[in-house]
Design a protein around this ligand. Structure first.
Ligand code: KG4
Ligand code: ZN
Length: 343
């Protein structure tokens, strides 16, 4: 089966063609990051407009690079939740129009399910496994029981880990989104220069809280300004990264131990982080746990992961009709569309 995937939930417009959920025939992405950077974050109205401008040409390009026509596509998968509502609506309505015009199945895909599926493009891993999802908007430990059955066993109580990277990075003078630059700076600094908070959520051993860590970095910056001393940016970034690695590694390993999974998977934009990848790999090796991580090109937002998950959603009978809508927030365990509505 050949699936066309469409992704427009935030600031990347993307279209991809994937065979049988695993083989990427094309994966085209236009990023709006340079424009949003001028404002220090994503401007939803600008994002929707840029998706409208790019979505037709990026889809044409994905079909051309895959060497297939729309008639040869077996289904159209689209991110319908969660994300910026105006941005999601562009992809959903575009996918709906294509499905209607070409009489193809329309397959709604949850964005986080897509991030997890990025691993299917990299390795032959199959559920069940335990997954650490880390993105700009979410931080979850999830039991992936099958391709379409999930149980969330841990989550952040405040900021997502990507959000903490972006906000702490901004305080340290990096541009939006600051994650990658923080990662690079961290590799040049002393991770023990500053002791930063590692809060525990009482009674919830697999939950996270990152807002205190972000505030601690803001305090370091403010204190050094007040005292007129120079803050070593690399040391602050390295201490931040070490703290994040400690917190994620401890909770994830404890969750693996309790649930008994010997297969761990990372997913989401922050799974590109070199420190987190190395640390989790080391912890898994010590325990004989098999670790799967997405290739770097599949960590961030792109449509190949949506097409991959779309294939498995289709096999599970999860198709929608002409009344499909976009939803700004939706738990990964839920579906919000009418399977019986015709196209
Ligand atoms: O999954 P993603 O592309 O978009 C969302 O669904 O949110 O994740 C974006 C997040 C941003 O916060 C970005 O700063 C972060 O991923 N990120 C990183 C790295 N690369 C991207 N964070 C830490 N280290 C990185 N190397
Ligand atoms: Zn994402």
């Amino acid at each position: 089966m050949i699936i066309l995937g469409i992704e427009s939930s935030c600031d990347e417009t993307s279209a991809a063609v994937v065979r049988d959920g695993r083989e990427v025939l094309s994966n085209e992405v236009v990023s709006q990051v340079p424009e949003h950077r001028l404002y220090g974050g994503v401007v939803p109205e600008i994002a929707s407009r840029r998706h409208c401008e790019s979505i037709v040409s990026i889809t044409d390009l994905a079909l051309e690079h895959a060497g297939v026509t729309l008639d040869e596509i077996d289904g159209i998968a689209v991110t319908y939740a969660p994300g910026l509502i105006g941005a999601l609506l562009v992809g959903v309505n575009f996918a709906k129009s294509l499905a209607l015009a070409k009489q193809k199945p329309l397959i709604p895909v949850h964005h986080l399910r897509g991030h997890i599926a990025a691993n299917y493009l990299t390795s032959d891993i199959e559920p069940p496994f335990l997954c650490m999802v880390m993105s700009g908007g979410h931080t979850h430990i999830i039991e992936v029981r099958s391709y379409t059955d999930y149980r969330v066993i841990g989550r952040t109580r405040d900021d997502a880990v990507g959000e903490a990277y972006d906000k702490a990075g901004r305080a340290l003078g990096f541009c939006y989104p600051a994650g990658r630059e923080m990662d690079e700076a961290a590799s040049k600094g002393n991770p023990n220069a500053y002791h930063l908070p590692r809060p525990v959520v009482e009674g919830h051993p697999y939950d996270f809280s990152f807002s205190g860590l972000k505030t601690a970095i803001l305090n370091l910056v403010n204190q050094s300004k007040m005292k007129g001393t120079e803050l070593c940016i690399a040391d602050a970034a390295a201490s931040f990264q070490q703290t994040v690695c400690d917190v994620i590694a401890t909770r994830l390993m404890a969750a693996a131990e309790e649930t008994g999974y010997s297969n761990l998977v990372l997913a989401g934009g922050v799974s590109a982080n070199s420190g987190i990848r190395a640390r989790i790999e080391e912890e898994c090796q010590k325990r004989g746990i098999l670790l799967t991580m997405p290739k770097l090109c599949y960590c961030g937002d792109q449509a190949a992961m949506i097409a991959s998950q779309g294939y498995y959603e289709f096999l599970a009978g999860n198709t929608a009709g002409s009344n499909l809508n976009a939803t700004a927030s939706l738990p990964i365990t839920e579906a919000l569309f009418d399977k019986n509505c015709p196209m």
